[in-house]
Structures are given as structure tokens and as C-alpha cells.
Design a protein around this ligand. Structure first.
Ligand SMILES: Cc1ncc(COP(=O)(O)OP(=O)(O)O)c(N)n1
Ligand SMILES: Cc1ncsc1CCOP(=O)(O)O
Ligand SMILES: [Mg+2]
Length: 212
């Protein structure tokens, strides 16, 4: 893994019947030569067993590690440790940020979901190294979310935390990257933009180019 924090976070599509590993392999192939531009976040459905999540995380790590691509694990810190991931991502229903930092240790990458400046500053103070902020726009891959923040809402959080990278998530496609970056987002996280693409490698290349 290189020294720069990745601007593109590809999150595995947790829905049944999806070729999640195929998308990961395509994304990693698109990042050949620039591995530190990409992170892959292992995200599974809540009802997936820890054993299955672990096996899936190992399979993702086997694709990412040889290529030098960062691996993060959503929610399940034990799985993150067990597969020797670079870090993890937590939200409101997961371990608190300070507790997650305690589990992962000082060197790990730790992301926290935030939607507004006050909780964003608190997450950084508690040990978050990046923030996942959204939904930026309407999304079809996660239900029950609050109203979209739009680029201005993303920018409000980015302005509140200054040097902590803000990763915009939710309904993000390549056409939205410029607007989100202009608002202050450091990078973006995507599920559907790749999972719904007929050519996830080309879609990743386009996102990486827009983020460069
Ligand atoms: C980069 C990034 N941002 C936000 C999220 C969402 O995390 P969370 O709010 O805990 O929701 P779930 O993903 O666990 O359903 C994320 N995973 N990654
Ligand atoms: C996990 C998560 N949190 C907010 S939106 C989302 C899913 C990703 O959104 P999209 O599929 O629209 O990229
Ligand atoms: Mg979560």
C-alpha cells in the first residue's frame, strides 16, 4: 500500500446473487499501477454469519493484498482483525469510534459515518481517520436512509473537519465526482456504480480518472 489515502472506496454489494468478488477483481485491475488510489470495503448483509463474512473477507484480501490495494471491513471489527485488514468502518449501529479504535489499535485506518459537522468533529476527536458522509444522493442499494445531503451537505461536514478526508457516499456516479470534490469531498464510495455496471473495470477506471 502506498502512502496516499485512497480517493475511491469500492464497497462490496451485499445483496444476494451479486458477483461481489468479480467486481472487486475488476476494480483492482483498473487500479493497476496506482494501487493507493483505491480501497475495497468488505460489506456483507447483517444476517451473514461471521464465518461467511470471514471467508469472504479473506477472499477479498487475497485479491487486494498482492496488488497493494487497501482493505477495509464494514461493521465487523473481529473480521477486520482476523483477515488482517488495513482497517474498518463503523456507523451509528456499530461500536462507537473510540471503542473501535481501542480494538483496532493506533495504526489502523478507521472510518466513521457522519451526516453533520458536530458528530463529524466528535468522530475525529474519538479516533476516526476518515469520514463516510451521506447519503449524498438517492441510492437504490440501501434502504431506510435519511434525505440526501446533496453536495452542500457533504461540503458542510468537510469544512468542519478540515484535514480529515471526507468520503461521499450514496448515489454517487462518475458524473457527480466533480461537484462533490468541488464541495470539499476528498473522495467517494460506491456500490451501485460498479455493481450495476456491465463493465466494472471500465467504470472504475472512469471514477479513478475523475478523482485524479
Ligand atoms: C465509506 C462509507 N461511508 C458510510 C458507510 C455506511 O456505514 P453505516 O452507516 O454503518 O451503514 P452500513 O454500511 O453498516 O449499513 C460505509 N459503509 N462506508
Ligand atoms: C452503505 C451506504 N450508506 C449510505 S448509501 C450506501 C450504499 C452505497 O450507495 P450506492 O449504491 O448508491 O453507491
Ligand atoms: Mg455499519
Amino acid at each position: 500500500m502506498g502512502s496516499a489515502f485512497p480517493r475511491l472506496h469500492v464497497i462490496t454489494d451485499a445483496r444476494p446473487g451479486r458477483d461481489a468478488l468479480g467486481v472487486v477483481a475488476a476494480a483492482v485491475a483498473a487500479a493497476t499501477g496506482t494501487p493507493d488510489t483505491l480501497a475495497v470495503q468488505v460489506r456483507v448483509e447483517d444476517d451473514v454469519t461471521d464465518r461467511a463474512a470471514y471467508e469472504f473477507g479473506l477472499a477479498v484480501a487475497r485479491i487486494c493484498r498482492p496488488a497493494g490495494v487497501m482493505v477495509l471491513v464494514n461493521d465487523r471489527l473481529d473480521v477486520a482483525v482476523a483477515v488482517d485488514a488495513d482497517g474498518a468502518h463503523v456507523g451509528a449501529d456499530d461500536l462507537p469510534v473510540a471503542a473501535a479504535r481501542g480494538v483496532l489499535g493506533p495504526a489502523a485506518v478507521l472510518g466513521a459515518t457522519c451526516r453533520e459537522p458536530v458528530s463529524a468533529r466528535a468522530a475525529v476527536a474519538a479516533g476516526a481517520t476518515y469520514l463516510g458522509v451521506g447519503p449524498a444522493f438517492q441510492t437504490s442499494t440501501k434502504a431506510g436512509l435519511p434525505a440526501p445531503l446533496g453536495a452542500p451537505g457533504i461540503g458542510a461536514v468537510a469544512g468542519a473537519v478540515e484535514s480529515t478526508p471526507v468520503i461521499a457516499i450514496g448515489g454517487v456516479d462518475v458524473d457527480a465526482v466533480g461537484e462533490l470534490r468541488a464541495a470539499g469531498a476528498y473522495g467517494v464510495a460506491v456500490v451501485g456504480a460498479l455493481a450495476h455496471s456491465a463493465n466494472p473495470q471500465a467504470a472504475t477506471s472512469a471514477l479513478l480518472k475523475a478523482l485524479a
